[in-house]
Design a binder for this molecule. Sequence first.
Ligand SMILES: O=C(O)C1=C[C@@H](OP(=O)(O)O)[C@@H](O)[C@H](O)C1
Ligand SMILES: C=C(OP(=O)(O)O)C(=O)O
Length: 429
Amino acid sequence: MKTTLLSIKKDKLQGQITIPGDKSISHRSIMFGAIAQGKTTVTNFLTGDDCLSTIACFRKLGVKIELDEEKVVVYGQGLDGLVEPRDILDVGNSGTTIRLMLGILAGRPFFSTLIGDESIGKRPMTRVTKPLRSLGADIDGRNGGEYTPISVRGGNLEGMEYELPVASAQVKSSILLAGLQANGKTKVIEPSKTRDHTERMIKHFGGEVEVDGLSITVQGGQALKGADIHVPGDISSAAFFLVAGAIVPNSEITLKNVGLNPTRTGILDVLEEMGADFEIVNERDSFEPVGDIVIRTSSLKGITIGGDTIPRLIDEIPVIALLATQAEGSTVIKDAEELKVKETNRIDTVVNELKKLGANIEATEDGMIIHGKTSLTGGTVNSHGDHRIGMMLAIAALICNEETTLENQEAISVSYPNFFSHLKSLLHN
Ligand SMILES: O=C(O)C1=C[C@@H](OP(=O)(O)O)[C@@H](O)[C@H](O)C1
Ligand SMILES: C=C(OP(=O)(O)O)C(=O)O
């Protein structure tokens, strides 16, 4: 376990950061490159541990993938080019890797077994194994297919219509990836809109997908062609610096190259409603919509966050909870039960760790309530192996009156390997 002494209270944050590549899009660029025919070149790929796990898994499935400082090149040979792995596929800490790969493997006529780390071993997989079995895949796993290790023997899928019981882009994507290999059409109906990177990626690789409100349909048997992708910056990573800029006094930070896909921008709606001082400039299209965001120290007020907004900011809730400690009044986060099945139970870890720093925060059945504005004290906190909790706590330390020590900080490399060097570049005292 690595322990870091975090900086004591800062007077200002100033400067600019270029936000690293989006994790969801980086995973999918490798996956689609691997199942397409021909060469796929990916630039601004996120070299976080999770995306490196995706590369390692596809190499074990026989796909040639070259990775250097500039780019990743995937030499896809189509779905039929994937071969039975001689070894277990290890997804590390990555829920996206295991759930989307299960969708791909469900259609492959060979045997494979997937495992991950301790956290993955506790995350629910029936949400994907059940519909993939209904499509025709032979899947087993601990506790009847709920937990890793999970084994798959795929092939001979029949298209179907499936109504998702939870709003999850991972479940939607897994079924669509299986549907691309099924006989006939596969239709997925979402309870509310989740990130649509898979749908965009199918089109980018020359495939067809029909989106009609909350229903998404793919025809099986489509041939995808290799394509080039420049990955936009990850708004989920930018979120930590958006909050830092808003809560540290005398700050102005420019975050460059932030992905602005509307299915991901819930945090910007929250910042606006809370009264934050920010603007989006230089909006452009670069594979997906992107722009630069300038954020300044802000006077904030508490709000209620719930409903259809939740899937649009699900990974940002830990840092939004910190933001809310600096808002006048109460902030209620509801309809967010999904937080319980992330890398940690993020309702519990956020509430417990922020309480250690003196926040006035309580857990509810489906979220949390934060009362502000509170001056934070400091102390010893722990990421519990959850990258987003680790980064949220490192940002909290910037406004703590006393020293703060972060245990288990190494988890941060899952999604933002150069987080601390970016943070240091903004410090001026
Ligand atoms: O599809 C994706 O890339 C992701 C979907 C979300 O998970 P769920 O689908 O479980 O909500 C999100 O929390 C995760 O970080 C990435
Ligand atoms: C939940 C997350 O990722 P995953 O589900 O891919 O582990 C996350 O990055 O916050």
